[in-house]
Design a protein around this ligand. Structure first.
Ligand code: ADP
Ligand code: MG
Length: 243
């Protein structure tokens, strides 16, 4: 098994609604995969299931060859190997930006405060937010908050980054700075699975595009395959909304 993250035949229902209906997906180390699909198609559920933030009903998830969906695994230890960023409300409002970024390093990974803060300040410096490190998140713009959330997610050196429509709650003028940071992380070799409606960005940055449709992977391929020559009628119908 070569994939860093591999899901086979995932099933997930909420009540009697089947949200994931046999999803299989593999993510190679350093690969950037864009997960596209209509609202309600199951993208967030899939990301949450993969990151063990939501239990699956059936199927298996392997991280670096080990079955992390086995009920005997320590979920907290597995979750610490993922970095996750969601649409909004990622930062803890009652903590400073710096404490947000260092929290997991200190508490989960037991890094000494000084080392965690040095590393966090380096990351905040990189995104131009070092001067705001002691502020609370509400002093930051939405774009700054999302960039801080990404920095928080990478502060622990996660093996896989799960990004769930991280720009969709932002004012349009703030989207670019967030996508630019994702682009940089991708170029540096991060392994990323991102649900996104930013088709131009997906086309540009993703190695592979996966189209999720009513809880199944309807089609996947390189960006030029999926965007340039979609094979499935449903993919074409979905993509036509963006042109
Ligand atoms: P997407 O991210 O593609 O918009 P979601 O995974 O958020 O799709 O949702 C897929 C379906 O699952 C939707 O119909 C949604 O209402 C339902 N759903 C998601 N999370 C829950 C939940 N915690 N409880 C009940 N239904 C949910
Ligand atoms: Mg979603």
């Amino acid at each position: 098994m070569t994939a860093l993250l591999q899901a086979t035949d995932l099933w997930k229902s909420f009540g009697d609604q089947e949200v994931l209906r046999g999803v299989s997906l593999a993510l190679e180390t350093h690969e950037v995969v864009a997960l596209i699909g209509a609202s309600g198609s199951g993208k967030s559920t899939l990301l949450r299931c993969l990151g063990l933030l939501e239990p699956i009903d059936d199927g298996q998830i392997f991280l670096d060859g080990a079955d992390i969906s086995d009920p005997r695994v320590d979920g907290n230890r597995v979750r610490a190997r993922f970095g996750a960023v969601f649409q909004s409300y990622n930062l803890f409002p009652h903590l400073s930006v710096l404490d947000n970024v260092t929290l997991a390093s200190r508490v989960v990974h037991r890094m000494p405060r000084r080392a965690a803060e040095d590393r966090a300040m380096g990351l905040l410096e990189r995104i131009g937010l070092a001067p705001l490190a002691r502020e609370h998140p509400d002093r930051l713009s939405g774009g700054q908050q999302q960039r801080a959330a990404i920095v928080r997610a990478i502060a622990t050196d996660p093996e896989v980054l799960l990004l769930d429509e991280i720009t969709s709650a932002l004012d349009p003028e703030l989207v670019g700075e967030v996508l630019e940071l994702v682009r940089e992380l991708a170029a540096e070799g991060a392994t990323i699975l991102m649900a996104t409606h930013e088709m131009a960005f997906a086309r540009d940055v993703a190695d592979r595009v996966v189209f999720l449709d009513e809880g199944i992977v309807r089609e996947q391929g390189t960006p030029s395959e999926v965007f340039g020559a979609p094979r499935e009628v449903r993919t074409r119908a979905f993509l036509s909304r963006f042109t």
